[in-house]
Design a protein around this ligand. Structure first.
Ligand code: MEV
Length: 311
């Protein structure tokens, strides 16, 4: 029997402001949810199917298709939903552009978890949704730190430390600050990049120890700077964070070009965000005027640019 009730769920996109990659090793990191969301709709159907209508960076969805299938299997298995017995159609949409760096996979996992929860009346609260989204993220990441699904589920700005359970602290800023995200247009594979970092760490234990120490201090200093909306300081710390990310080998020419465009046009700080080796970068551009200037400069150089706020 096909049930005609439609259930809906959402997941936020995110920008990691401080500590991506280091967070995998237990260093605290800071992420801010974006206003862009992925929406999932679940309805009864005569066969199980996933329809993906999300806007995307060209090629993103095709490149992630296999991982998306794996992710969905993990979510259904974790929730003990038998889609042979209860076939459903899942439709993804929303205004979050699916691209590397915005937490697109996590946003879709949280959205799917919420919609399934509602459809099958599973009674999960946010903590439960976050756990399901984490299981789904394993399909894309291998062993994710959990920061992306946490930001996708809860929204806001969070200070996140990996663990079981993870430590999640909310940060609230005195005033919001404008940002511009530049998109390299390159879809990167989180699992591969995270594995490369692990290899590099094995080969250079002493250098990584020193990098991790500074990464932890940067996040701690950034927490205070964010609370006080101290844009100069946040920007300086972003630049320093980017230097550490360069040293662990996760930047690339296109990201560096975007960072230079941002800085040359007045951004107070700029760094890659998320996985790196493609995907997105984030620049701190307080005030509408500076935000416009930086976004336009990126566009004039042939890149896609997204305007947003943190806080
Ligand atoms: C990817 O958005 C963030 C990484 O730190 C991986 C993770 O935290 O699982 C690169």
């Amino acid at each position: 029997m096909v049930c005609d009730i439609m259930s809906e769920g959402y997941g936020y996109g995110k920008v990691i402001l401080f500590g991506e990659h280091f967070v995998v090793y237990g260093i605290p990191a800071i992420a801010s949810a974006l206003s862009g969301k992925t929406i999932a709709k679940v309805e009864g159907s005569d066969k199980f199917e996933l329809v993906d209508n999300r806007p995307e960076t060209p090629g993103y969805k095709e490149k992630k298709k296999e991982q998306q299938g794996d992710s969905l299997r993990r979510i259904l298995e974790f929730l003990k939903i038998d889609v042979e017995k209860n076939p459903i159609r899942i439709t993804l949409s929303g205004d979050l552009v699916a691209a590397s760096g915005v937490g697109a996979s996590a946003a879709s996992c949280a959205a799917i978890a919420r919609a399934i929860n509602e459809h099958f009346k599973l009674g999960l609260d946010d903590e439960g949704i976050n756990k399901v989204a984490y299981e789904g993220e394993k399909g894309y990441h291998g062993i994710p730190s959990g920061i992306d699904n946490t930001a996708a589920t809860y929204g806001g700005i969070i200070l996140f430390t990996k663990g079981d359970p993870p430590k999640i602290e909310r940060i609230s800023m005195k005033t919001p600050i404008e940002i511009v995200e530049g998109n390299t247009g390159i879809t990167s594979d989180t699992k591969t990049v995270v594995e490369d970092v692990a290899r590099k760490k094995e080969e250079n234990p002493q250098e990584f120890e020193e990098i991790f120490k500074r990464a932890k201090e940067i996040t701690e200093e950034a927490k205070e700077a964010l609370i006080n909306a101290d844009a100069e300081k946040i920007g300086r710390l972003m630049d320093e964070n980017q230097e550490l990310l360069r040293r662990i080998g996760v930047s690339c020419d296109e990201l560096e070009t975007l960072i230079k465009i941002g800085k040359d046009n007045g951004a107070l700080g700029a760094k890659l965000t998320g996985t790196g080796r493609g995907g997105l970068m984030v620049s701190l551009t307080p005030g509408k005027e500076l935000q416009e200037r930086v976004a336009n400069a990126m566009k004039e150089n042939g890149f896609m640019a997204f305007r947003n706020n943190i806080g």
